[in-house]
Write a protein that binds this ligand. Structure first.
Ligand code: HEC
Length: 172
């Protein structure tokens, strides 16, 4: 009886060792052999694709500000509007400069100042200024309205755009 047990144990141990050897050789093979091939072929392509996808995503649309508007501070928006002041006045009845006066722009039609010579591109856009389209326009004016006369690169930070839009909402 006891010697049979011993035989069984030996067989079991042999199978176990064989299994471990097979696992280890597989592990070692995976670890060292294919890496050389993959590193040159697969990985850089994948990395390039990820980088391209990332860049496209960043380029495509302005980050939404709808959720930021409620907490946005119009006083901060007024301060940020200094970046616009070379071209825009914001007070009621203020003059047009390089750009139109911006009093009562929010919720008003695009091209709301009758005495200002807007670009055809802006007038053709049509509709009313709201949170969503002001966000897009102020993010990258020439992306939202290709051909606009507004030569301004845009505001990158969503918090800044939210503050400006909140400020524009108060000008009525
Ligand atoms: C370099 C001058 C310049 C700067 C700086 C500038 N704008 Fe403009 N803006 C313009 C011009 C010009 C137009 C008219 C665009 C057209 O007709 O295509 C315009 C149009 C607009 C309109 C549309 C008004 C309407 O009646 O439909 C808004 C809103 C606006 N600007 C907001 C801003 C804000 C906010 C800033 C600052 C963050 C800013 N602009 C900075 C020149 C400028």
């Amino acid at each position: 009886m006891a010697s049979t047990d011993l035989e069984n144990n030996k067989i079991f141990a042999a199978v176990l060792v064989a299994g471990i050897v097979i696992m280890l050789s597989g592990f070692i093979a995976n670890k060292f052999i294919p890496d050389e091939d993959l590193e040159e072929d697969a990985f850089p392509i994948e990395a390039a694709e990820v980088a391209t996808a990332g860049a496209l995503k960043v380029e495509a649309v302005a980050e939404p500000i709808a959720d930021l508007i409620a907490a946005a501070d119009p006083t901060r928006g007024a301060k940020l509007s200094k970046a616009c002041a070379a071209c825009h006045s914001f007070d009621k009845g203020g003059p047009n400069k390089i750009g139109p006066n911006l009093w009562n722009t929010y919720n008003n039609k695009k091209g709301h100042i009758a005495s200002f010579a807007y670009s055809d591109a802006l007038l053709a856009k049509g509709g009313v200024w709201n949170v969503e389209n002001l966000n897009s326009f102020l993010w990258k004016p020439k992306k939202y309205i290709p051909g606009t006369k507004m030569n301004y690169a845009g505001m990158r930070k969503p918090e800044d755009r939210a503050a400006i839009v909140k400020y524009l909402q108060t000008l009525r």
